[in-house]
Write a protein that binds this ligand. Structure first.
Ligand code: UFG
Length: 338
C-alpha cells in the first residue's frame, strides 16, 4: 500500500513510518516540522531501508495537502499530526482546537475529495479522563479534563459521525497509553523541545546530565508504593499496532476504537528503577507535590485489539528503558539541527 502519514517525522509517527517501510509499504510523510527535525526523516529512511516522499506541509494547508495527495495514489492515511502538551493546551486552547480539530477536518475534507476514506487516527488514553476505573475497556465513558484531551474526544466523535453518514469510510481510533522507548538502533527517538512533560523523557535527560534531578509528582496515592501507575508501551510495539490496524481496516467499516497498551501498570518508582538498571547508575530524584489532573491508576484492557487486530505488545519495561536510554546516550542533545 501507499500510506500518507501526517506527523510522520515525529516520535510515534517516525517509528511507525520505519515499520511501514520495513513491511514493504510506500510512505508519504506530511509534517510541518513544528515539533520535529528534518534529520529525523533522513534517519527514518535509513532504518526503513527505502526512500519516502516528504512534504513540509501543515494539515491546515488545503493546497499543500492537495499537492501531497496528488503525488500518487494513496490507499490510507495515518494521522499523527497534532499538538500534544497538556499544560500548553490549557493556556492556549484556541491553538489546540485549531491545529488538532480544524486540522483533522481539513485533512478529512481533502481525503474525501481524493476518494481516500481509510484513516487510522492517533487517539489517546486521555479520552478516559481522570476516571479511576482501570483497566479501561473501549466502551468506558469518555470525558477529557483538558483541551488537549477534548480535541481527541471531539475528533473521535467527528470520525463516528462521518462514518455514520457515509459507509465508505473506515476509521480506526487507536488509544495510546504511555509510549516510551525507541528503535533498538538508537538512531531515532523522542526529542522534546522544551522541558519534557512526560516521565521517561525527563528521567532520560537527568541520566544524560541535561537536568539535575527528577521530581516525582506525589508519593501519597492509593497505590502499592504511593506513586501513580501507568501502562507504558514500547513505541515499536505501538508502531506495529498501526500496521495491524491497517491490515484489518477493510474488515471494519465505520468508526472503531482500540486501546494500544500492554494491559499492565507500572508505578513511577518502578519505571525509575528500570531506567536505573538500563543506565547502571542511580538517578537523582526528589518527591514533590502531586501534579493537577493525574489519575492514580491508568492501564488498558487490551483484549479488543488482540481479538480484532491480532496484535499484542511484546516488549518489557526493561526493554523500553534500555532502548530509550540507548537513544538518549547516543544523542544527548536529540537530533542534530537541520
Ligand atoms: N511524572 C513525575 N515526574 C515528571 C513527569 C511525570 O512524577 O517529571 C509522573 C506523573 O505524575 C504520572 C507519571 O509520571 O504519574 C506519568 O506521567 P506522564 O506525563 O509521562 O504520562 P501521563 O500518563 O500523565 O500522560 C500521558 C500522555 C498524555 C495524555 C495522558 C492521559 O503523555 O498525552 O497520558 O492519557 F494526556
Amino acid at each position: 500500500m501507499r500510506i500518507l502519514v501526517t506527523g510522520g517525522a515525529g516520535y510515534i509517527g517516525g517509528h511507525t513510518v520505519v515499520e511501514l517501510l520495513r513491511a514493504g509499504h510506500d510512505v508519504v510523510v506530511v509534517d510541518n516540522f513544528v515539533n520535529a527535525k528534518r534529520s529525523a526523516v533522513t534517519r527514518i529512511q535509513e532504518l526503513g531501508g527505502r526512500p519516502l516522499d516528504e512534504f513540509a506541509v501543515d494539515v491546515l494547508d488545503e493546497d499543500g495537502l492537495n499537492t501531497a495527495f496528488e503525488s500518487g495514489p494513496v490507499d490510507a492515511v495515518i494521522h499523527f499530526a497534532a499538538l500534544k502538551a497538556v499544560g500548553e493546551s490549557v493556556a492556549q486552547p484556541l491553538r489546540y482546537y485549531e491545529n488538532n480539530v480544524a486540522g483533522t477536518m481539513r485533512l478529512l475534507q481533502v481525503m474525501d475529495a481524493h476518494d481516500v476514506r481509510r484513516m487510522v487516527f492517533s487517539s489517546s488514553a486521555t479520552v478516559y479522563g481522570a476516571s479511576d476505573d482501570a483497566p479501561f475497556t473501549e466502551d468506558a465513558p469518555l470525558g477529557a479534563i483538558n483541551p488537549y484531551g477534548v480535541t481527541k474526544v471531539q475528533i473521535e466523535q467527528i470520525l463516528r459521525d462521518l462514518a455514520a453518514a457515509d459507509d465508505r469510510w473506515h476509521c480506526a481510533s487507536l488509544r495510546y497509553f504511555n509510549p516510551v522507548g525507541a528503535d533498538p538502533s538508537g538512531r531515532i527517538g523522542e526529542d522534546p523541545h522544551d522541558v519534557p512533560n512526560n516521565l521517561v523523557p525527563f528521567i532520560a535527560q537527568v541520566a544524560v546530565g541535561r537536568r539535575d534531578r527528577l521530581t516525582i509528582f506525589g508519593d501519597d496515592y492509593p497505590t502499592p508504593d504511593g506513586t501513580c501507575v501507568r501502562d507504558y508501551i514500547h513505541v515499536v510495539d505501538l508502531a506495529r499496532g498501526h500496521l495491524a490496524a491497517l491490515d484489518r481496516l477493510d474488515e471494519y467499516p465505520g468508526a472503531h476504537a482500540w486501546n494500544l497498551g500492554t494491559g499492565h501498570g507500572s508505578s513511577v518508582l518502578e519505571v525509575l528503577a528500570s531506567f536505573e538498571r538500563a543506565v547502571g547508575n542511580p538517578i537523582p530524584h526528589v518527591v514533590g507535590p502531586r501534579r493537577a489532573g493525574d489519575a492514580p491508576v491508568s492501564y488498558a484492557d487490551v483484549s479488543k485489539a488482540e481479538r480484532d487486530l491480532g496484535w499484542k505488545a511484546e516488549k518489557s519495561l526493561d526493554e523500553m528503558c534500555a532502548d530509550h536510554w540507548h537513544w538518549q546516550e547516543q544523542n544527548p542533545q536529540g537530533y542534530p539541527d537541520d
